[in-house]
Write a protein that binds this ligand. Structure first.
Ligand code: 13P
Ligand code: SF4
Length: 335
């Protein structure tokens, strides 16, 4: 029995226990429980700072999928959103995959379901379907290729140029990929992430004029990506430095760049890790309101309960998982 359980058992004011329990104790309880349960904790770059701190790996969707696929541990506790845990459940059918809150969804993955995709495919017979990892398992089961923001361009480049491509569900990432690959036969689903779509070109313009010496790191899901790419291509930024990167791409760039100041256009959770790894550099959010409420549903309390009670297990039906696996394996094979 853990000291947390002993404390709950003996405390006559049981309801107050939650408040009395310090974050530090909770952190060490989780780390202890993690060992006992033989669990691997994965956390996405947008997770709360305290959740990132107890994770074995913090990273982007691709990196976390890779870690899940190669782990030897019995339990994978996924601190992220539901489609990420589902992807881990598909790649690791013999592991128990847990998510601390089943409500942690994704507005982008909700923009397309399997019926809609089947209908779209029937309108383009012979087209190759490429779906962002931010999709449900049922949608992945209908895909030829899965991709993430860090390998979407290379996945599309790997498809013969005479084949039509259906790209889903993010229209901003899709238009970025179409520009980078100069592909004319690519159809893009009109989906978006409410957090990234909420970062407006005006905010970009304001930051550009305010931070003249900063480097700009922009996630391809942002609604400003298309216009930023267009302007960069036209030379409108002169020698200003703008990088379109996945969250892990941003992390790597922030470390390797000689620049000292960065404006970051993605969910603000990534700033914690950036500042921690680069204390001598300055990171400014493009938009303070770029916060994903789904990512923030995962708290330390819920992580503890999830590990302790081995809830909530994410399971994907075998027939769906088998079909989705091929698309995911193709994603993992292309960097
Ligand atoms: P990354 O793959 O770049 O981490 O993005 C995942 C995501 O959900 C972005 O909103
Ligand atoms: Fe989904 Fe957007 Fe949240 Fe990423 S930031 S998990 S795309 S809702």
């Amino acid at each position: 029995m853990s000291s947390r359980e002993i404390c709950q058992h003996h405390d006559p004011l049981n309801g107050k226990e939650e408040q009395l329990y310090s974050a530090l104790d909770l952190k060490s309880e989780i780390l202890e429980l993690k060992k006992q349960k033989d669990a691997l904790i994965l956390a996405h770059n947008y997770q709360l700072p305290e959740v990132q701190d107890i994770a074995d790996y913090v990273g982007d969707s691709l990196g976390l999928s890779r870690q899940a696929a190669k782990t030897e541990q019995k339990i994978i506790l996924f601190c992220g959103v539901h489609f990420m845990a589902e992807t881990a459940a598909i790649t690791c059918p013999n592991k128990k995959v847990l998510i601390p809150d089943l409500g942690a969804g994704c507005s982008l993955s909700d923009t397309i379901n399997a019926d809609q995709l089947r209908k779209w495919k029937s309108e383009h017979p012979g087209a190759v379907t490429v779906g962002y990892v931010n999709t449900s398992a049922e949608v992945k089961a209908e895909l030829d290729y899965c991709c993430t923001s860090s390998n979407a361009v290379n996945v599309v480049r790997s498809i013969p140029s005479d084949r039509e491509v259906l790209f889903l569900p993010d229209m901003f990432l899709g238009s970025y990929v179409a520009k980078m690959t100069e592909r004319k036969n690519m159809y893009i689903w009109a989906g978006e992430c409410h957090v990234h779509a909420g970062i407006k070109p005006q905010e970009v313009q304001e930051k550009l004029s305010q931070y003249t010496n900063a480097e700009f790191l922009v996630h391809p899901e942002c609604s400003c990506t298309s216009s930023v790419m267009y302007d960069v291509a036209c030379g409108d930024y002169g020698n200003r430095q703008v990088q379109i990167l996945s969250t892990e791409g941003m992390m790597n760039h922030a470390k390797s760049s000689a620049n000292k100041k960065f404006v970051v256009a993605t969910e603000t959770g990534i700033l914690y890790r950036m500042r921690k790894q680069n204390p001598e550099k300055e990171f400014i959010p493009m938009s303070d309101s770029a916060v994903c409420k789904y990512m923030k549903m995962i708290t330390l309390d819920k992580v503890y309960a999830s590990l302790n009670e081995e809830k909530y297990e994410v399971k994907v039906p075998r027939n769906v998982a088998q079909k989705a696996q091929l698309a995911i394996e193709r994603m993992l094979a292309i960097s």
